[in-house]
Design a protein around this ligand. Structure first.
Ligand code: PLP
Length: 238
């Protein structure tokens, strides 16, 4: 079944639909890849239901919202996938169980995160370098050509653990296939791996959302971020 959620209504989904949507998506994601259930704007009860069904990885876009949810729900690995401003770094780092930050777009931000995380008695924080693969102004991330340099800068931060690269693909229609973005991100990974002198497959690829995660997986995604297909449409555009 390709189309899991036809509901375009903004009514909250039931916990049973969320769990069954989650199971259906999970069945389409290979075991080696990480499915991040993107729960932005969605209520705690729905996240709790998905967590009780055994799901661990959840993604949020807004710092304040992630912190509040992380304080309410334990046993979750929180992924921050939104645009991050330096003045929110301290608050973000206060979130319990923050597992990874996917949106490092420049060296200044990497250094701010390093400085803050250093103060914690915790293992290095997992991070991804975000690349603006589509060149759209609305999208965050560094220029593809800057990805290797930024990866090197992150690698130099002792309290950050570079997991890989991330992009938000360009949505290109109902059967949207963001494959040009996925190809660009793979090329960036090759260049970054070369600069870091590590094997390419030691760097993860966070790419693919509800409409294109299967295409992303075909292009080598290791982390897919799926929101509306699991939790239903959001009531405001994000
Ligand atoms: C909202 C969001 C997602 C999930 O989008 P859906 O289309 O609802 O699956 C994935 N990644 C990022 C960065 C997002 O902001």
């Amino acid at each position: 079944m390709r189309i899991l959620c036809l509901a375009l209504s903004t009514r909250a989904m039931s916990t049973t639909s969320v769990v069954s949507n989650l199971e259906s998506v999970r069945a389409r994601v290979p075991k080696e890849a990480t499915l991040i259930a993107v729960s932005k704007t969605k209520p705690i009860e729905l996240i709790a239901a998905a967590a009780s069904a055994g799901h661990q990885d959840f993604g949020e876009n807004y710092v304040q919202e992630l912190v509040e949810k992380a304080e309410a729900l334990t046993d979750i690995r929180w992924h921050f996938i939104g645009r991050l401003q330096s003045n929110k770094v301290k608050l973000l780092c206060s979130a319990p169980n923050l597992f990874a930050v996917h949106t490092i777009h420049n060296e200044k931000l990497a250094n701010a995160l390093q400085k803050q995380w250093e103060l914690k008695d915790a293992p290095p924080l997992n991070v991804f370098v975000q690349v603006n693969t589509s060149g759209e102004e609305s999208k965050g991330g560094c220029e593809p050509a800057d990805a290797p340099g930024l990866a090197l800068a992150v690698k130099a931060c002792p309290n950050l653990n570079l997991l890989g690269l991330m992009c938000i693909g360009k949505y290109s229609g109902a059967e949207g296939d963001a494959s040009p973005d996925f190809i660009v991100l793979r090329e960036c990974r090759a260049a970054a791996a070369n600069a870091l002198e590590v094997p390419e497959d030691s760097l993860a690829l966070s790419m693919g959302m509800s409409h294109d995660f299967e295409s992303a997986l075909e292009h080598g995604a290791t982390h897919v971020r799926v929101g509306s297909t699991i939790f239903g449409a959001r009531s405001y555009a994000t």
